[in-house]
Design a protein around this ligand. Sequence first.
Ligand code: AMP
Ligand code: GLY
Length: 426
Amino acid sequence: MNVVLIGSGGREHAIAGKLFQSEKVDNIYIIPGNAGTAEIGINISLDTDDHNNIIEFCKNHEVNFVIIGPEAPLASGLSDNLRKTGIKVFGPSQKAAQIESDKSFAKDLMNEYNIPTAEYKTFSSKDYDNTLIYLKSISYPVVIKASGLAAGKGVSICNDFNEAKIAVDNCFVNSKYGQSGNTIVIEEFLEGDEFSIFAITDGKDYVLLPAAQDHKRIGEGDTGENTGGMGAYAPVPFVTHELLTEVENQIIKSTLKALTDKGSPYSGCLYAGLILTDEGPKVIEFNCRFGDPETQVVLPLIDGDFFNLLYSTAEGKVDIDAVKYNGGSALGVVLVSGGYPGKYKKGFEINGLDKIKHPSIQIIHAGTKEENGKILTNGGRVLNIIGLNKENNITACNKTAYEAIHKVNYQDIHFRKDIGYRALNS
Ligand code: AMP
Ligand code: GLY
């Protein structure tokens, strides 16, 4: 079968690699892809906002199955438009994708169905004065979130009124997140360890993949600005079988039921960003797709036919036996362009990748492109270096990844030195 994969990040390189292992997959077209996906399939330079062009491409290349990686095309209804033409799609409908694209929708849904999450209030830019009055009346810290999509960067943790006012002004006055910041969610600050769960679901049945932990902040010790993700590892030692069962019963099943009740049954990967508080696991956010950079460390831990898992989901009946956890572990460090998540330069040559050839290391490309035989930086998050271990040994994965990183270089390279620190043996 020919498959189209939409996206250009590390997540898509990892997904393409896993699909390629399936005997059922003939050609993989990645729209638009990166220098890494070009080694696995065929990169196609098409605008993913132009849904008709993608449909046309599928018709001309005998593509009957499309996997949508990022949230933006899901939020703009690409899956619905493809399905109307009879093409099978892995990824939720536009309506179901609201679980990520509209945080106030997600919070209201959780509230209605008693799904554990932080207490919250929603404000729109028309309520500017009331927002400030409210912020003067509460205790701190609080978390202020742009309700719409903001590439993981629309969240501010505010320790006092002044910080909160800056966050509100960024949304309502300075339009830092465009329309996405016209509505904000102000929520209770939760304390605890975070973890991410992927449920591959047809809306009713689901398969949970191994739990991962992402490092969203730019600085060591989880400090500084939020980013799209600076590294991740899986599995997460504190996520026990009992905790997972709690997550399934209190969060995953009720969320799927809630979305079905609302007339938008969910099909695809439901990403639950969770925090383990003293009162049990609570939802920080839902995403309507695989997480990045978690996917890069989760997929190496599953054996079986990943294509079958995704295709059976797209057909409406997820094959719950398609894949199994293989007992291993993985840790990935994201190499970024200096300046990210703010302004950064790109177009620098990446050297040293050819010196890393080891079965315990995977090089996953994100913001890279190939030009005249050279690999160049082409984004904020540039590469993921993944250390693998056949056993559940995050410390060994960390060592393997960091040893490899020292062989890679490009101008303005930056990465966190402490990925996985919460799970390392001292
Ligand atoms: P989000 O994009 O909603 O996942 O938020 C990004 C990061 O902000 C999360 O990974 C958390 O570290 C932090 N965060 C978001 N909401 C809360 C909250 N209610 N309490 C504490 N931290 C939060
Ligand atoms: N790793 C966080 C995300 O994918 O949104």
